[in-house]
Design a protein around this ligand. Structure first.
Ligand code: ZN
Ligand code: ZN
Length: 279
């Protein structure tokens, strides 16, 4: 899979990047994860709206979905789209989309002309082209989901979106090729008691504990990029702050050959502990 970072910003507008948006592509599928402010324009420098096979939104804060409005204006006015874009929203998302159409002075059903809007739930499996996406809940100020994305070769990316510290996320990311985390805070001191964001130090710690070979940090204030680089430096490249335009090619890590269980190794299924210790 190819990952293109379309935005690394937080909710506050800055000059050098949009808010949240991660484009993930296989050879024949392109899915956008989150569409915060500035992302719809940035998308046009890559596959463009018409090149997308799906949009998945992790939670309904503006910096993760507000550019769904300009995205809609990329599709024809007044006529049915030949292939409505599958749009996967969290529970309650359809009603919020209706409200959004009303407050931007558009008619009822404005988005549905161009989008095939669906709501996912925890435990669902979303299939878009040859990508398989599983939403997992994370702790945030509003209901929010991380996305476990598996490509056609079995390679996995976990994109967490906004979240507070989470041991569950560390476990979820185990075995993945890439973990994409937010690094919003410079200190956890002023966060809510029920945590809703990570510091860069916490994000680095999550990557290290998950055992993934690579982590990138997004959703951080641009003026903290150098400080975040310094925080990541001791990991020797394991974790780095992404910038807008960062592209990563993600391939499945080679599974050690185990002649006793070739089918398991091929399928990428984690081997039972006893098999490993005997080998
Ligand atoms: Zn949020
Ligand atoms: Zn956010």
């Amino acid at each position: 899979m190819r990952v293109t970072v379309l935005g690394t910003g937080t909710a506050r507008p800055v000059a050098d990047t949009g808010a949240s948006g991660i484009l993930i592509q296989s050879d024949r599928t392109a899915v956008l994860f989150d569409i915060g402010s500035g992302i719809a324009s940035r998308l046009e420098r890559t596959v463009g709206a018409a090149g997308l096979d799906g949009l998945v939104v992790g939670h309904m804060h503006a910096d993760h979905w507000i550019d769904i409005a300009p995205l809609r204006y990329r599709f024809p006015w007044g006529e049915l789209s030949p292939r409505p874009l599958p749009v996967h929203l969290p529970p309650g998302g359809k009603e919020k989309l209706d409200h959004l159409a009303a407050v931007i002075s558009e008619r009822h059903g404005f988005f549905e002309v161009a989008f095939d809007v669906r709501e996912y739930a925890t435990g669902d499996t979303i299939r878009i082209g040859d990508l398989v996406i599983r939403p997992h809940p994370v702790g945030h100020y509003v209901p929010a989901w991380s996305m476990d994305i598996t490509g056609p070769g079995g390679e996995r990316i976990v994109y967490a979106g906004d979240m507070g510290p989470s041991d569950e996320l560390v476990e979820l990311a185990r075995g993945a090729e890439l973990l994409i985390l937010e690094a919003t805070l410079d200190t956890s001191r002023y966060d809510d008691a029920k945590r809703g964001h990570l510091t860069a130090e916490e994000a680095v710690d999550h990557v290290i504990r998950s055992g993934v070979p690579r982590g990138i940090l997004v959703h951080y204030p641009s003026e903290r990029r150098d400080a975040i680089r310094d925080i990541c430096a001791p990991t020797n490249g394991l974790v780095m702050p992404a910038v807008t335009g960062t592209v990563l090619e993600i391939r499945r890590r080679a599974v050690p050959a185990l002649s006793a269980a070739p089918a398991l190794a091929e399928a990428g299924t984690s081997l039972p502990q006893e098999t490993v210790s005997r080998g």
